[in-house]
Design a protein around this ligand. Structure first.
Ligand code: TXA
Ligand code: MG
Length: 321
């Protein structure tokens, strides 16, 4: 198992030696390595069992550092970064050649973000290179929101997990790219579309792509737990479950049945986002065959939650891990 601790200096030394370290962010835990070093990047792909066509996000301390790795920052991107960094927003920008091909899977853009977590910002400020970090889970599985989640799955492959407690947002960053002057959301996430639009006006949302996805997070089934998730109206689904052992994932209602997890008893989508991934992991440990679940209100971060629930429910039999 990996050591879990708050020693930023030790994390820095490991990263400087080309090792990987799990780092906390406000969204989910990341599996970090030196973004300028191809052998560290190769370790990230192999540790996660991640296909090399799936590019990594590069994490920087601030917008000045981002400028070292991208050719240009379009006006709308600059506006977004000025307002929402540090925070749950990844910008797809034209990369400089200092970013290795492996990081971007050969694409000419790099996903870049400035995470909002005190320990990770301290770590980034102390390092002479940026950190490439995908979510710290095996490819295709639910992202980790606690150090223990990382340890359970990757603990035998890495030395150190920087302990930043529970992630305050709990769902991955929103990914925004640009076509000319137009901003496009490729992944719904911790920063709501409403907040983005309130700053730069209407944006296109393109979170589905059947062939050649821009972001593999766009794949129909992704972010999936081991147990089958069935989405719908809970009362109707309950009716069909006679004789089966099942879990229940509700937004706020309490059905007074065993194996139920309520995402937010007070009905807040932000609280539901914080609890979502831990809940999906908990069902994997319960003696249930599958999970029945309902969507949450489709507003703010609720849209990102619904996106993840739909992808978790879209896994084909036989491909579940
Ligand atoms: O909140 C987050 O974004 C977390 C934390 C650790 O920062 N990271 C994260 O990374 O979710 P990952 O690798 O699990 O998901 C990154 C997504 C992938 O779907 C990838 O395809 C997409 O970002 N991506 C990265 N660079 C891209 C690029 N240049 N063009 C299109 N998509 C890109
Ligand atoms: Mg991921």
């Amino acid at each position: 198992m990996a050591e879990i601790g708050k020693d930023v200096g030790y994390a820095r030394r490991l990263l400087e030696e080309g090792e990987l370290v799990a780092i906390p962010t406000e969204t989910v835990y990341g599996l970090a390595g030196n973004a300028l070093d191809s052998s560290s990047i190769a370790k990230i792909f192999s540790t996660k069992n991640r296909p090399e066509f799936d590019p990594l996000i590069v994490h920087v301390a601030d917008i000045e550092h981002a400028q070292n790795y991208v050719e240009e920052i379009p006006a709308k991107a600059k506006l977004l970064a000025d307002h929402f960094w540090p925070g749950p927003l990844t910008l797809l920008l034209k990369r400089k050649s200092s970013i290795p091909d492996l990081v971007t899977s050969g694409l000419d853009t790099v996903g870049i973000r400035c995470p909002d977590h005190v320990l990770t910002r301290e770590l980034l400020s102390s390092l002479p290179f940026p950190l490439a970090a995908p979510s710290a889970n095996p490819f295709g599985y639910v992202s980790p929101t606690l150090p223990q989640h990382v340890n359970e799955q990757l603990g035998n492959k890495i030395k150190y997990i920087l302990d930043g407690g529970a992630c305050t947002i709990g769902i991955e960053s929103t990914i925004v790219g640009f076509e000319g002057e137009e901003a496009i959301i490729y992944r719904l996430g911790g920063l709501s579309a409403e907040k983005i639009e309130s700053l730069i006006g209407k944006v296109k949302i393109e979170t589905h792509s059947s062939s050649n996805p821009k972001a593999p997070g766009q794949m129909k089934s992704h972010y999936a737990p081991s147990k089958k998730v069935i989405l719908g109206n809970l009362k109707e689904l309950l009716y069909q479950q006679q004789g089966k052992k099942f879990g229940i994932l509700s937004f706020r209602s309490n059905l007074q049945l065993p194996y139920q997890i309520i995402l937010s008893p007070s009905g807040q989508v932000e609280e539901a986002a914080q609890n979502l991934f831990a809940a999906l992991r908990e069902f994997d440990k319960m003696p249930v065959e599958h999970v029945i679940a309902e969507l949450v209100p489709d507003v703010g971060i609720g849209r990102a939650i619904n996106d993840r629930l739909r992808r978790a429910a879209a896994v084909e039999e036989g491909t579940r891990r």
